[in-house]
Ligand binder design. Structure first.
Ligand SMILES: Nc1ncnc2c1ncn2[C@@H]1O[C@H](COP(=O)(O)OP(=O)(O)OP(=O)(O)O)[C@@H](O)[C@H]1O
Ligand SMILES: [Mg+2]
Length: 354
């Protein structure tokens, strides 16, 4: 079986393979204190990753290799994530008489009943959670099944960059770990993390720190950067640089960026409507925004005013120490883009048990 869970260790580098860039984050831990040691953001061409699928493994692998170099070299291993849309999770119960290979076989038999693809096409992993509360002869088991190609292309890209892929995680679990850094959410209350990247808006809702809802929409910053590229004659690289340096002209800000912010708010509102009609009861106490699009000026103020919900940028490093070699100001600017990679790096210190 592929290791979708892996074992606890320290010093694995978190690698987020996004559609516009690869992000790498390396962290260390001392007691409860986390530290960010290094990070890198390496751009990808628009054809390298499409709809969450790695189309050009060689290019992605090259980008990871460059990122590893920027992060300072040798790492014991790496953690990547598949999108939660490529994953099915289910709790099953299996007799505790099954152990070792027998348990694996039994889990496969159980899995075959609810996975809508042939078992040869899925990567399976499971974790024994403990005795079932109602029958101590059964074990509760968390089963994770993922399309094999989604897991394997990521493993291939990482391994051929020269670092061993130790764990293929799920992106929602990475977000869940980041939440432990920033928020002590009161028991029972719900908060959301909305990641708006180049091509995908992903809403994750957490209750008492555990993910209870997740949905992706095909929407992202690409729409804006493509429009600026086409209408203003700037190359995509120039647009990206202008975003980073905050140097877009007043005219572009007024006529393109400002209306786009309105579209982002509509898309967030739509995502929240889907959530509220999903049957999960309760109100969201707060939404955290991350991903490149969170860099839009005044986005959180406008979300808070127009959707009447408290919105803030997610900065996972707010309560971490920062390695002295890093430029703290630049890190602060990049933090919201590094959320998923940070959550993956935290996999070395925080394991998910339920
Ligand atoms: N200051 C900014 N204002 C608006 N958009 C921005 C800003 N900075 C970056 N972006 C946009 O954010 C996007 C990149 O964000 P991010 O790195 O989170 O995406 P990704 O992880 O590669 O994509 P995805 O998660 O959708 O696969 C690009 O479309 C870029 O144009
Ligand atoms: Mg992303």
């Amino acid at each position: 079986m592929v290791s979708l869970f892996g074992k606890k260790s320290s010093g694995w580098i978190g690698i987020d393979i996004g559609s516009s860039s690869v992000k790498l984050v390396s962290m260390s831990s001392s007691g409860n204190q986390r530290q960010i040691d290094s990070y890198a953001i390496v751009p990808l061409s628009p054809t390298a990753v499409i709809d969450g699928n790695i189309e050009e493994v060689h290019e992605v692998s090259g980008a990871i290799q460059r990122g590893l170099k920027i992060c300072g070299g040798k790492f014991q291993g790496a953690v990547v994530a598949v999108p939660s849309s490529a994953v099915i999770t289910k709790r099953i119960q299996v007799s505790n008489l099954f152990v070792g290979i027998d348990l694996e076989e039994q889990v496969k038999i159980e899995a075959d009943q609810f996975i809508p693809y042939p078992l040869e096409e899925v990567a399976l992993d499971f974790e024994v959670l403990g005795a079932a509360p109602k029958d101590p002869n059964l074990n509760d088991i968390l089963l994770v099944a993922c399309r094999k190609d989604a897991a394997e292309t990521r493993e291939d890209a990482v391994n051929s960059a020269g670092v061993k892929c130790e764990v293929v995680d799920v992106d929602t679990y990475a977000m869940e770990r980041c939440l432990t850094l920033v928020d002590q959410v009161p028991e029972g209350q719900m908060v959301a993390i909305i990641d708006i990247g180049a091509s995908t808006l992903c809403l994750n809702v957490f209750q008492t720190g555990k993910v209870v809802y997740n949905r992706e929409q095909a929407f992202g910053g690409n729409d804006l950067s493509q429009a600026i590229h086409q209408q203003q004659g700037m190359s995509m690289e120039e647009v990206d640089l202008a975003f980073r340096e905050n140097s877009l002209s007043q005219e572009i800000m007024e006529h393109m960026v400002e209306p786009f912010t309105g579209t982002v708010i509509q898309q967030v509102s739509r995502a929240l409507q889907f959530f509220y009609s999903s049957g999960i009861h309760g109100q969201l106490a707060k939404i955290y925004i991350c991903g490149g699009v969170s860099g839009l000026p005044d986005l959180c103020t406008r979300l808070t005013d127009e959707l009447e919900i408290s919105a803030e940028i997610l900065n996972p490093f707010d309560h971490c120490t920062v390695n002295r070699k890093l430029n703290a100001e630049r890190l602060n600017r990049d933090s919201a883009v590094l959320v998923k990679a940070c959550g993956l790096a935290l996999r070395s210190f925080i394991n998910r048990t339920t």
